[in-house]
Structures are given as C-alpha cells and as structure tokens.
Design a protein around this ligand. Structure first.
Ligand SMILES: [Zn+2]
Length: 160
C-alpha cells in the first residue's frame, strides 16, 4: 500500500472530504465526501485528486441534462427510459437482457459489497467512461442511463 494522503477537510470542486471511507479494490484510499448539492458519496483518492470525480454525480447529471435539452431526439426517447419503475433499491425491469453476473437487475449498475455502494459503470471502446459509486441505486441508474444516451444515442446496450 502506498502512503496514505489525508484529504480530510479538503475540497475538490463540489466535494469536500469528510472522512476516510475504506479502501478500494486496487488499494487506493476511499474518502467519504460531502457534495455541495447535499448528497454524500465515497470517492477513490486518485479520482478525487486528479479531478476525475468532481461531484456526487449531480454535476454530470446537470451536464447531461443540458446535452439532452439540445437534442430533441434524445428528449423524445427519454419518455421510455423514465418509464422504468424503480422501487426503493429494487427494480422491475424485465424487458432487458441482463447479464447473469449482474445482481442489480440493471446493466451497468452493480452493488459493491466492500464500499457498500451502488456502482455505475460504462465501458466503451476499451475505456471506462463511467465507474462511480452511489449511495442511491436510482442515482447509479440515472448516471448509467445518461452516459448511454450520450454515447449510444439509442436504446440501452443489451450486454456488457
Ligand atoms: Zn452532488
């Protein structure tokens, strides 16, 4: 393990570090952060210090909301995605083909047992464009949907 850098009290864009939040799988320190929007999130120290994660997810949601407004086609298809009924950390989306490994019921969203967080991920052309933790399942799903709309511009992908 590398030397731990104490980030407590430091602010990175919208996130202010509250306390240590464990250790990620790759050995990086995790930090519990307070986002300026009121949410809390746990972020990898590397991502935090390098500006890869700048909010609880609200920042990218706002940005993607702007992109969506600019794109009437996406706006039209939004009706479909928002039809998904998400009930308090459970979901009933039977219409998609789901990976067997995926316990969340939503492609690109999985539960990280170590971090005790939902993780939204999106792998595109060999790059992880999204790999973020969320307290709320709904937020993780929203993040994944947003990036799907951004990169796929169509229906959600059916396999990882
Ligand atoms: Zn936020």
């Amino acid at each position: 393990m590398s030397v731990m850098i104490d980030l407590t009290g430091q602010t990175f864009n919208r996130l202010t570090v509250i306390e240590r939040g464990g250790t990620s799988k790759n050995g990086n320190a995790l930090w519990r952060c307070q986002c300026s929007c009121g949410n809390q999130t746990v972020v990898d120290s590397y991502a935090l210090r390098h500006g890869k994660i700048r909010s609880c997810g609200c920042l990218s949601r706002e940005l993607s909301a702007v992109n969506i407004r600019k794109n009437p086609k996406t706006l039209a298809s939004m009706g479909h995605t928002s039809n998904f009924q998400i009930h308090d950390h459970h979901t009933d989306i039977p219409s998609q083909v789901l990976s067997k490994r995926n316990k969340s019921g939503v492609i690109g969203v999985s539960w990280d047992k170590n971090a005790q967080r939902w993780v939204a991920h999106f792998y595109y052309k060999g790059v992880y464009l999204l790999n973020k933790q969320y307290i709320h399942f709904e937020d993780a799903v929203a993040a994944r949907r947003a990036i799907e709309r951004q990169y796929l511009k169509q229906q959600p992908v059916l396999s990882e």
